[in-house]
Design a protein around this ligand. Structure first.
Ligand code: PLP
Ligand code: COI
Length: 384
C-alpha cells in the first residue's frame, strides 16, 4: 500500500459549466506524481497542485518517446457517489504497455489506490450531469537526461484528470469514418497493442487528412496486407452483420479495449453470437451493398459506444443503419452507461466505488470540506 502525501492547492479553480464540457480541455486542481529510480523502485507517491513539470531538454521522453498512458473515467451516481469502471483492467494494460516499452511495472493495487486518492481529493470536479464524467489520464514518462538510446533508469508516473462531455461533437449521433489505405498505425511485433504515445503520433497525419474531408476518424487497415480491418483512431470497432456481431481479433497490432471487452461480455449475456476474427474491408463493403451490414459502432473510454453512420473507402461510400444509431448499438450504450453512472445493476462487479482509501485521505477531505476544521477533529491525522 502506498503512503500518499497530500499537498493541497492554495487556490481552487472555478468548476466548469457541465453543459458546455468538451473533451480534455480543463484540468482539475491536483495531480498525482510518483518517481522511479533504479535501485530504489517507485517512491514518493504524492498528490500535489496541478501544474507544470520541470524537466531538462535532454529528458529521454522528448527524444525517444519512452512513454505510455491509460484512460479511464470516474462517474457520479444519482446518489452523488463517485465510482470507477474496471480500473484494474487499466492497471493490467498499463503494465502490459510497461513490459513492451521497458518501463518498470506499477503494482495493480498501487495504480488503483493512486487513482482513487486523486479522484477523492478532486471529487468536486466529478460532474453530475448525465453524459459527463471525470476523465482520468495516468501516464509514465522516461526522465533520464541522456541521449543514448536505451531504457531510462528513472521515470515519472503521473495522473491528471479533466471533467469531460462527449468525445465527438456528434455526441451519441453517428460519426463518419474513413478507411485509411495509405498510412498504417501499427504492425504485429510493434507497439500497436500498447497505449504508447508513439502509436498516436503515427496516426495524426491520416486523422488530420480525414478530418479535413469531414470524417471524425480513420479506420485502420492491417499494416502488412492492407486489407484487414483493425480499429479506429481512439476506438475498437464492432459490426452487426446478418444478426451476428463481428469484430477484429486482437492480433497484436490492435489495442485490447476495455469497453470492447465489456461490450463482448454484455453481448454474450444477451445470447448474441459474436465472432472475433479477421475481417477485410471488402467483406464489410460487400455486406453493406448486400444490405446485411446492419450496424457499426466504435467503443472506447473517451468515445463510450459511438455509432458509425457512414464508412468511406477509396471511392466507395456506404451508409450504415440509414445513418441512424442501430438498436443494438443503443442497447449497448444504454446498458454500459447505465452501469457506469449507477442507474443500472452492475451484475458483473465492474464498478469500483471511490472510498476514503487511507486515514490521510480522509483527513485531507475533511480539511478541504471544513476549511481546516475537519469533521474527524484530527483523529484521522496521519501520525507519520
Ligand atoms: N483503440 C485505441 C487506439 C484507443 O486509443 C482506445 C482508447 O483507449 C481504444 C481502442 C479503446 O480502449 P478502451 O475501451 O480501453 O478505452
Ligand atoms: C481513451 O478512450 O481513453 C483514449 O485514450 C482515447 C484518447 C486517445 C483520446
Amino acid at each position: 500500500m502506498l503512503d500518499i502525501q497530500v499537498n493541497l492547492a492554495a487556490q481552487r479553480k472555478p468548476l466548469p459549466d457541465p453543459d458546455t464540457l468538451q473533451f480534455g480541455k480543463v484540468f482539475t486542481d491536483h495531480m498525482f506524481l510518483m518517481n522511479y529510480d533504479a535501485g530504489q523502485g517507485w517512491h514518493d507517491p504524492r498528490v500535489v497542485p496541478y501544474g507544470p513539470l520541470s524537466m531538462e531538454p535532454s529528458c529521454m521522453v522528448f527524444h525517444y518517446a519512452q512513454e505510455i498512458f491509460e484512460g479511464l473515467k470516474a462517474y457520479r451516481t444519482p446518489e452523488g457517489k463517485v465510482q470507477l469502471f474496471r480500473p484494474v483492467e487499466n492497471a493490467r494494460r498499463l503494465n502490459s504497455s510497461c513490459q513492451r516499452l521497458c518501463i518498470p511495472e506499477i503494482p495493480e493495487e498501487d495504480f488503483v489506490q493512486a487513482v482513487k486518492a486523486l479522484v477523492k481529493v478532486d471529487e468536486a470536479w466529478v460532474p453530475n450531469k448525465l453524459g459527463t464524467s471525470l476523465y482520468i489520464r495516468p501516464f509514465v514518462i522516461a526522465t533520464d537526461c541522456s541521449l543514448g538510446v536505451h531504457a531510462s533508469h528513472s521515470y515519472l508516473f503521473a495522473i491528471i484528470c479533466c471533467p469531460v462531455g462527449a468525445y465527438y461533437p456528434e455526441g451519441i449521433n453517428p460519426v463518419k469514418i474513413y478507411v485509411e489505405s495509405e498510412d498504417v498505425r501499427a504492425v504485429k511485433g510493434g507497439t500497436g497493442y500498447t497505449k504508447c504515445g508513439g502509436n498516436y503520433a503515427a496516426s495524426i497525419r491520416a486523422g488530420e487528412r480525414a478530418e479535413a474531408q469531414g470524417y471524425s476518424q480513420v479506420l485502420w487497415l492491417d499494416g502488412v496486407h492492407r486489407k484487414y480491418i483493425e480499429e479506429v483512431g481512439a476506438m475498437n470497432v464492432l459490426f452487426k452483420v446478418s444478426g451476428k456481431v463481428i469484430t477484429p481479433q486482437l492480433t497484436g497490432s490492435v489495442l485490447p479495449g476495455i469497453t470492447r471487452k465489456s461490450c463482448l461480455e454484455l453481448l454474450k449475456d444477451w445470447g448474441i453470437p459474436v465472432e472475433e476474427r479477421l475481417i477485410t474491408a471488402q467483406e464489410l463493403f460487400d455486406a453493406a451493398k448486400a444490405g446485411t451490414l446492419e450496424e457499426a459502432w466504435g467503443t472506447g473510454t473517451a468515445a463510450v459506444v459511438s455509432p458509425i453512420g457512414l464508412l468511406a473507402w477509396e471511392d466507395q461510400k456506404v451508409e450504415v443503419s440509414g445513418g441512424q444509431i442501430g438498436t443494438l448499438t443503443q442497447k449497448l450504450y444504454d446498458t454500459l452507461t447505465g452501469i457506469q453512472w449507477g442507474t443500472m445493476p452492475d451484475t458483473h462487479g465492474w464498478v469500483v466505488p471511490v472510498e476514503y482509501s487511507s486515514k490521510r485521505t480522509l483527513h485531507t477531505v475533511c480539511s478541504v470540506l471544513f476549511h481546516k476544521a475537519p469533521l474527524c477533529k484530527g483523529s484521522c491525522q496521519p501520525s507519520g
